[in-house]
Design a binder for this molecule. Structure first.
Ligand code: ATP
Ligand code: MG
Length: 342
């Protein structure tokens, strides 16, 4: 059975880009894969953040993922910082990662342009990501298109480490893309991103979904109600294709091309379909928020399982890389005692 690993940062609200691009795929994969999913808080600290918000955001992300359908009986869900081996393996993999590869990563270039001072953590982000996957020897990674470049680097890091130390310990992880590989944000320009504020949250109440969709960017050719548009150039149409029924998608396209509908009517139908699709997730999330113990229990069980696997992998990594084994607990105390006596 293939082992699947994927992660999501608690860097903001779980949005429909994350959901349609990655998390919906995670839910489907649980049925017939050995799945490990992580809330990657160690990644989230590479961008500006408020320490007071990190723990509540981590909890909210867990609520969102469980409500979206991650089932703790079938998949391990855990918080990255609860398994310290992630950082240890990242350090080890840093020894075979070329600096030039890190510097050419698109995410690094985009995100560092937004920071006044560029933290080294942002540069090293893909090494930690490679460690996340390789720690569990996962060979399948369901992600959105934006992570393909990092995954390619993770494969190179695995190859280089295996070659450097003459082993086959790490498999080369392959991406799994969904149909919605890149959801564009409500600005109609950049990809939908937690850190860009161009999102619709999967737990947003109906009125908030409508408030966000109403001013969203459409085909710029539709300056007035009477100007026809090209659905393929409109982000709202792209979302219809993922959330509306085939007959509705067809109808929307005709109404756009003939200026039969204004953009607001098109958005209203999308909002209704989005609200209906997200309603059961929102309901489950309300229930989980009322029973936070269930969330903590799921995270604790996930971390316990992952700590076991991570410890085994790291023991092999330390051995293969030639580190001196630590003396067993208690060794040395006798000698220390004598030294004091004498
Ligand atoms: P941030 O802006 O903080 O990087 P993000 O919205 O990009 O947040 P991540 O936690 O970095 O979210 O990514 C979680 C998963 O969601 C990844 O698999 C990523 O590929 C996927 N993903 C993120 N944004 C999109 C999008 N707009 N379309 C499709 N998939 C996406
Ligand atoms: Mg991201």
């Amino acid at each position: 059975m293939h082992r699947v690993f994927s992660g999501i940062q608690p860097s903001g609200e779980l949005h429909i880009g994350n959901y349609l691009g990655a998390v919906r795929n995670w839910v489907a994969l649980q049925a017939d894969h050995d799945c490990i999913f992580s809330i990657v808080d160690l990644h989230a600290i590479t961008q500006s953040y408020d320490p007071k918000e990190l723990a509540p955001r981590t909890f909210e992300m867990a609520v969102g993922l469980l409500a979206a359908g991650i089932d703790p009986d079938r998949a391990a869900l855990f918080v990255q910082s609860h398994v310290p081996e992630h950082t240890e393996l990242a350090w080890a993999l840093g020894s075979v990662t070329p600096l030039g590869e890190l510097e050419r990563m698109t995410q690094f270039k985009d995100k560092s342009a937004r920071e006044e001072t560029v933290p080294a953590g942002l540069l090293n982000y893909p090494i930690l990501q490679a460690a996340d996957i390789l720690l569990y020897q996962a060979d399948r990674v369901p992600v959105g298109e934006d992570q393909l470049q990092h995954l390619e680097l993770a494969r190179e890091i695995a190859r280089r480490w295996n070659a450097r130390f003459g082993t086959e310990l790490f498999p080369e992880p392959q991406p799994l893309l969904s149909k919605a590989r890149r959801i564009v944000g409500l600005d109609g320009k950049a990809k939908m991103s937690k850190s860009l504020g161009n999102t619709v949250g999967i737990l947003d109440p109906p009125e908030v979904i409508w408030e966000k969709l109403r001013p969203a960017m459409t085909d710029p050719a539709r300056k007035t109600r009477r100007d026809p548009g090209t659905p393929e150039l409109c982000n709202i149409y792209a979302l219809h294709q993922l959330l509306s029924k085939p007959a509705e998608i067809e109808h929307v396209a005709v109404q756009c091309r003939t200026a039969g509908w204004g953009c607001l009517e098109c958005k209203r139908l999308l909002a209704d379909n989005m609200i209906a699709a997200l309603a059961p997730i929102r309901e489950r999330a309300e229930d989980l928020k009322a029973h936070p113990g269930r969330v903590h229990e799921a995270l604790a069980a996930g971390a316990a399982k992952c700590r076991g696997i991570a410890a085994e992998t790291m023991a092999k990594v330390r051995d293969i890389m030639g580190f001196a084994p630590a003396a067993p607990a208690g060794a040395g105390s006798h000698r220390g005692g004598r030294a004091q006596d004498g």
